[in-house]
Design a protein around this ligand. Sequence first.
Ligand code: HEM
Length: 437
Amino acid sequence: MATQIPPTPPVTGVAVPELSPAEVERWRTTGRGMPELLRRVARLGPVAGVRLDGRPTVLVTGPEAVQHVLGRNPDRYVKRSHRGRILLGDGVLSASGEAWRAQRLLLQSQFTGSGMRRWEQRIAAAARHTAARWAEHADAGRTVDLREEMHRFALDTIWRSLTGHPLEDRTVTELTALEAVVAVLPVLPSNAEDARSAVAGELARIDAVVHGAIEAARSAPPGPHGPGLLHVLLSAAQDRPEYTDRLIRDEFVTLMVAGHETTATTLTWLYLFLAEDPSARARALAAGPAGSEERRTALRALVSETLRLYPSAWLLPRHAVEEDLLTGFRIEAGSEVLVCPYLVHRDPELWPEPEVFDPRRFTVPGLRPADPGAYLPFGIGARACLGLQFALRETVALLELLLPSFEAVPAGPAPEPSFGMVVRPGRPVPAVLTRTG
Ligand code: HEM
């Protein structure tokens, strides 16, 4: 918990708001009301204390404090995931210490530079597949669920990259279990055994899919795209005993979860913003001809601005392993620390008219704050997103194909956000597709 400390070095007091036990209970058991609750806490300052669920918790929403926690002191503020581990096991997202370092090193080479180039063809193939599906839907005059469409695309890209094979309809159906577990994770019982048994059926279905893919990668030649990330993990296992079947399963599930839910919700929000402001689509397409760097930059700005307003990973939890002085506040060892990109990105002191969707913030110099702690959709520092380049590549690749050719007009009012592990539209997003080019 953050408390005021004596005057040297200079400090500011930290206020602790009164939250009714009923409010906290509502959030704890249903996951609802959390952002409003945090917004009230954040009004008290860039670092504010609150007792959540009986534990001292510190909410961080100031750029300097963000940098301190995530960028400069990752060993003092560590990840200590509870519920996530039920699904992700010891995968790189939830691992810590030396094990995490070694796992990260292996994967990092796959997601940067020449490693990244190996996935580009798969991303392009998944984007083409989606565009072909949209052409069929548009010609048949069908209404589609944008949320489902974007999920399918993002799952297809990561599946092709992992296994070397396109995603089949059967696998899509089986993997609905993945989304079901992700959706309920924040409200599962805190006792690991109870939580696991609450989703035992779904976990078994996920494991069956993953073990099937691992066996196929072991016994059959690589698919049409060549070897995938799964083959990288399997060859690591040949001389590194820590890569057991269990750890390979955990990395596989981690990459599927981290790599598709985030991208899918970003693309869905992006289409909702474009529906409200069609001029943003027109400006992006007018920035340059198809395939030009100018157009790509403009499309990337659409993605960046969407991620400002809805950073999929909207809350980054950490555990303070030792006492610390955080921009003037004493943090007790054992405190839970919540870094909140969602509130940082909507701070009017940092972002003028923060609620307005304006992609020019990312193309016109001087329109976004220079402080690196003011924009963190992919996190900051040692634990920042491994898939940043992958995510930008896949979102832009899809927009390059879809935006010039189709218009998607959502039926009905924009959905309210639902704040779980990621911030996603709280209900399906039906939209009518028409061809424009
Ligand atoms: C728009 C899309 C994405 C967003 C907004 C996003 C966001 C993030 C954020 C904020 C973190 C840091 C979490 C923390 O500090 O607690 C993270 C970590 C991670 N992301 Fe992403 N991500 C995206 C896409 C992807 C993709 C496509 C992949 C894989 C292909 C991926 C793989 C990972 C992994 C493995 C980590 C854990 C890194 C570690 O702990 O060392 N992400 N992501």
